[in-house]
Design a protein around this ligand. Structure first.
Ligand code: HEC
Length: 495
C-alpha cells in the first residue's frame, strides 16, 4: 500500500511538473510580479528577464516567494486593498516549486516582445535641471534633490507627466515632490554642489511627497485614465533622484514634461497633507534609549471627505503603523496596517477605491518605535535618545493623507502650499457665476469654524485678504460654498 501511494504521488508530481516550463508558466508569473523591479537598470539587484538569469536564481526565487520577502509589500491587505499592492498567490508559489522540482525546464518561447507604443501626448512645458549634476563615480549610491522653481500665475491641472532621465547609466529612480517656492532654500544652502543630498525624504515636510514617482519601467502615459494632478501657483518641483553606483564619473541633467488640461470640467484635484505630524502632538517627540514607544494622535473631519491615498513616513526605529477611521455611527474603517515596518519599502498606498468618510469621522494613527538593542535596524549602538528630524539618526512620525476635491461648476480655490515659512494671508478663487458665496475655514483640531467671507461676488477671479487668515495655525479645510453647496475644498496644514 505504501509503495503504491508513493508511486501514485510520484506520478502525480510528474504530471504536474512536466507541464510547468519557464516560458509557459514562470515567465508570466515573474512579469506580473517581479520584473517591474528586476530588469536592467531598475532597483532590483539583478534582472529576471531571461531563462538563464531566472534559472541561476531558481532556488532563491523559491525561497523569497515562499517567505513572502518578494515581491516586497509591507502593508496588510486583509482589510483594505490598494491599487499598488503586490503579492504572489499560493498557486504561483506551487508552480515555482514544481518547476524547480522538475529540473527548471525552459520550454518553448510563446512570446514576441512587442515594443510598447510611444505616447502621442503633446507636452506643454519641459522643466529640466538647470545645471549638470556630477556623480562621484565611486561605486556608491547617491541621492540628490534638485529644486526647480516654476513660473505660474495660476494653478494648473496636469493631465500627463513624464520624467526623462538625462543619463540612463546612473539614474535609477526619481521621486517628484512639490513645495512652496523657496522653501527648500535652507536645505539647498548646506550642500555646495548643485541640488542637495537627502535620503528618504526631501529633508523637510512642507512638500507634497511622491506627487509623481518614476522607475525605469514607467512607460508611455504616466497618469491613469481620468487621473489628474494639481500644480499650485508659486510652487517648486523637487526632483529627488537616486543615482546608482558607477565606477566612473558621470553627469546627468534630467527633465520632466507636463501636459496641461486647460479645460478641466468637474474634475477632482488631489491634495496631500501631513495631518499626522510630530508638530501636532500634544507632547514633544522624544524617543528615549532602551525603550519601546507608542506614539498616537487623532484628528476629526468637519466635512465629508474622500481619501485617495496614505503615505506614512518614519525611519529605522519604527516597527509598525496602524491608521483607522471611526465613523459617526461608530463603525471603523481600516486605512493602513503595517506590522513589520521597513523603511526601505515605504511608499504611498493608493486605495483601490477612494475611502469616503462622512463629516464627523475621526482618524486615529499609531506608530510603535523600538529604540532598544533588539531592533536590528537601530542605527545607534548602543541606543541613544532620538528626536524628530530628516536624517537617519533622527526619527519621524508623519503620515500624509491625500484628499480628493471635486470642483463643481468649474469654480475653485487656488491651493498653494502654506507652510511655516509662508503664512496664509489671502485666498484666491475663481467662480463661474455671479452669486452669494461663503468661504469658511473649519479646524480639524477643535472643529471650530472661521468665516473668511460671505458676500456677493461677480463671475471671475477674486482674491480676499483677511486678518483672520493669518491667525490660522493647525489643520484646516477651507470650503467655497454657494447655496449650501460645497463647490471646492482645500485641505491644508499651517505649521
Ligand atoms: C518593488 C521592487 C521589487 C519587486 C516587485 C521585486 N523585487 Fe526582488 N528585490 C528588490 C530589491 C530592491 C532587492 C534587494 C533587496 C535588498 O538588498 O534588501 C530584491 C532582492 C531580491 C532577491 C535577492 C537577491 C540577492 O542577491 O540577495 C531575489 C531572489 C528577488 N529579489 C526575487 C524577486 C522575485 C522572484 C520577485 C517577484 C515575485 C521580486 N523579487 C519582486 C526589488 C523588487
Amino acid at each position: 500500500m505504501r509503495n503504491l501511494l508513493l508511486i501514485i504521488l510520484t506520478v502525480n508530481c510528474l504530471k504536474i511538473s512536466t507541464q510547468v516550463t519557464y516560458f509557459q508558466d514562470i515567465a508570466p508569473i515573474l512579469t506580473e510580479n517581479c520584473t517591474s523591479c528586476h530588469q536592467d537598470s531598475d532597483i532590483g539587484p539583478m534582472p529576471l528577464t531571461s531563462y538563464d538569469q531566472v534559472a541561476s536564481y531558481a532556488s532563491m526565487i523559491k525561497f523569497v516567494t515562499d517567505t513572502e520577502l518578494m515581491p516586497p509589500f509591507i502593508a496588510d491587505v486583509q482589510k483594505v486593498h490598494y491599487i499598488n499592492e503586490r503579492s504572489i498567490s499560493d498557486e504561483d508559489k506551487k508552480t515555482i516549486a514544481s518547476w524547480i522540482a522538475n529540473g527548471i525546464p525552459r520550454g518553448d518561447s510563446l512570446f514576441n516582445d512587442k515594443p510598447v507604443a510611444g505616447s502621442a501626448v503633446e507636452y506643454d512645458t519641459t522643466i529640466c535641471m538647470s545645471e549638470r549634476f556630477e556623480h562621484y563615480g565611486i561605486y556608491y549610491d547617491q541621492y540628490q534633490v534638485f529644486p526647480l522653481p516654476i513660473e505660474l500665475s495660476k494653478g494648473k491641472v496636469i493631465k500627463d507627466i513624464r520624467f526623462k532621465p538625462g543619463n540612463r547609466e546612473i539614474v535609477r529612480s526619481a521621486n517628484i515632490s512639490l513645495a512652496t517656492k523657496g522653501s527648500s532654500l535652507k536645505m539647498d544652502q548646506w550642500d555646495p554642489r548643485y541640488g542637495y543630498y537627502a535620503y528618504g525624504s526631501t529633508g523637510f515636510t512642507s512638500s507634497y511627497p511622491e506627487w509623481y514617482s518614476w522607475k525605469p519601467h514607467t512607460k508611455g502615459l504616466a497618469l491613469i485614465d481620468q487621473e489628474r494632478l494639481y500644480l499650485p501657483p508659486d510652487s517648486e518641483i523637487l526632483m529627488h533622484i537616486h543615482y546608482g553606483p558607477y565606477g566612473e564619473i558621470q553627469t546627468d541633467s534630467s527633465c520632466i514634461y507636463l501636459a496641461y488640461d486647460d479645460e478641466p470640467t468637474n474634475i477632482s484635484t488631489l491634495q496631500n497633507v501631513p495631518f499626522v505630524h510630530t508638530a501636532f502632538l500634544k507632547d514633544t517627540f522624544v524617543l528615549e534609549a532602551n525603550k519601546k514607544h507608542r506614539i498616537s494622535t487623532s484628528f476629526s473631519l468637519p466635512v465629508d471627505a474622500e481619501i485617495r491615498s496614505i503615505t506614512p513616513l518614519a525611519h529605522l526605529l519604527c516597527r509598525s503603523w496602524e491608521v483607522f477611521a471611526v465613523l459617526p455611527d461608530k463603525t471603523s474603517v481600516h486605512l493602513l496596517v503595517i506590522d513589520d515596518w521597513d523603511f526601505h519599502w515605504r511608499e504611498k498606498y493608493i486605495f483601490q477605491n477612494p475611502i469616503k468618510l462622512p463629516a464627523g469621522s475621526k482618524i486615529y494613527a499609531t506608530a510603535i518605535y523600538d529604540n532598544t538593542k533588539e531592533n536590528p535596524y537601530n542605527p545607534a549602538d548602543p541606543p541613544t535618545t532620538m528626536r524628530k528630524g530628516p536624517h537617519m539618526f533622527d526619527e519621524n512620525f508623519i503620515c500624509y493623507f491625500e484628499f480628493e476635491s471635486k470642483q463643481i461648476e468649474n469654480s475653485f480655490i487656488d491651493k498653494p502650499f502654506v507652510t511655516s515659512e509662508k503664512e496664509l494671508s489671502s485666498i484666491k478663487f475663481h467662480i463661474n457665476k455671479e452669486g452669494d458665496y461663503i468661504i469658511v475655514a473649519h479646524s480639524l483640531d477643535d472643529l471650530g469654524k472661521t468665516k473668511i467671507a460671505s458676500q456677493n461676488f461677480t463671475q471671475g477671479t477674486h482674491r480676499i485678504r483677511s486678518s483672520k487668515l493669518s491667525k490660522l495655525k493647525g489643520r484646516y479645510v477651507i470650503s467655497l460654498i454657494r447655496n449650501s453647496e460645497v463647490l471646492d475644498t482645500w485641505w491644508l496644514t499651517i505649521f
